[in-house]
Design a protein around this ligand. Structure first.
Ligand code: MG
Length: 374
């Protein structure tokens, strides 16, 4: 492997872990972070959480687990090409969605509404809370005791109020500094992954069509080339070949533009990266095109009436569960009753956020359906 760029995060410039530990044997600090994330309970639950489609709707749709693996794959390719710390980019990618509620965006909005007078709910902050506190797997500390740079990368956005409460990891939001390039890579890899797999899943579900997508330049260009090069290719393969080329276009453009940004900013150290403007970016032309795709998906897929119907159900389930536990905390499982001693609403939010789609549906039945076991 090529040597790391001097401004990449390394074992030499990491701010380390909250609780000091012996150096790992036979793997790097960031490989250890990745391994801890993979062995966490929250990571396994990603298999049964979804982003757009609810888990029982079909076996071929992305789950948060396969999404996170796709993000890691894209982030690693980019990090390697830019001589950044591939292990760190991978660890951030695998952990970035750990704090997500069941039922994707609808679930997050519902829980945030429930928590409005209790400090709100934000999935980014919750991902950090999972790795810092909620995972109970180690004898010597709460959470996973990850390196600062991994935690910093997980915290993608944050309000000033919340940042002020977070200490070191929140500081950059208060003094307008950037995270590591590895965190910037993971952030954009997330976007590349979901924009493209939502096109694929959206087409498979029949909620959007190829004809509609011909109005989106990023798709239209690749689609036209595929149809020209392979006349008579079956539609499913046309879709896969098109999506594959879209990912490639975005990744290639991102690498080229980021290399050029790095050349003009000439960072020498990790500190320079933090003080410079964001360097991981698309070219203006591709940025425009990927925004148009995002916009298309928002209008035609995320706001499709069938997606909205499922979202409405999800919101009802989460609202009902929140209400019932707030009214009587004795209905919570014992582990969350003890968490509730430090604040009931946050403990209820932790419990609900940790649920998978199907667990939330089942828990709702257990509590509200008389004929169901408890
Ligand atoms: Mg994501």
């Amino acid at each position: 492997m090529a040597e790391l760029a001097p401004y990449a995060v390394s074992e030499g410039n990491t701010r380390g872990r909250k609780v000091a530990e012996d150096a790992p044997q036979g793997r790097s600090e960031f490989q250890r972070d990745r391994d801890r994330i993979i062995h966490s309970g929250a990571f396994r639950r990603l298999e049964y959480k979804t982003q757009v489609f609810v888990n029982h709707e079909g076996d071929l749709f992305r789950t948060r687990l396969t999404h996170s693996i796709e993000v890691a794959q894209i982030a690693r390719s980019i990090a390697r090409r830019l001589r950044l710390n591939e292990d760190l980019a991978e660890a951030i990618s695998l952990a970035h969605d750990l704090g997500h509620t069941p039922f994707g965006h609808a679930g997050q909005d519902a829980l945030n509404a429930c928590m409005k007078t209790h400090g709100g709910f934000e999935h980014n902050l919750q991902s950090l809370r999972v790795v810092d506190k909620l995972e109970e797997r180690y004898a010597e500390f709460d959470g996973l005791n990850l390196c600062f740079e991994t935690r910093e990368g997980i915290l993608k956005h944050c309000s000033a109020d919340n940042a002020a409460k977070l200490g070191e990891v929140g500081e950059r939001f208060l003094n307008n500094r950037r995270p590591s390039l590895e965190a910037q890579v993971a952030n954009l890899a997330d976007e590349i992954a979901y924009n493209n797999h939502d096109v694929d899943d959206g087409l498979r579900s029949g909620l959007i069509t190829l004809e509609q997508l011909e109005a989106v330049p990023l798709v239209a260009k690749q689609l036209k080339e595929v149809r020209l090069a392979y006349p008579g290719l079956p539609e499913r393969r046309v879709v896969h070949e098109t999506v594959r080329r879209m990912i490639n276009t975005l990744v290639t453009d991102l690498i080229r533009q980021s290399e050029s940004n790095i050349r003009s900013q000439i960072p020498v150290t990790l500190e320079d990266v933090r003080n410079a403007p964001a360097m991981i970016a698309y070219s203006p032309e591709i940025n425009e095109q990927q925004r148009a795709l995002k916009n298309f998906l928002r209008i035609h897929l995320y706001r499709h009436y069938r997606v909205l119907r499922m979202s409405a159900k999800a919101q009802r389930i989460i609202g009902d569960l929140f209400g019932v536990f707030m009214a009587d905390s004795r209905l919570l499982p014992p582990q969350f009753q003890s968490l509730a001693e430090h604040g009931l609403a946050r403990a209820v939010a932790d419990y609900i956020a940790g649920m998978t789609d199907r667990y939330a549906i089942r828990e709702h039945r257990r509590i509200f359906a008389v004929e169901e076991g408890v």
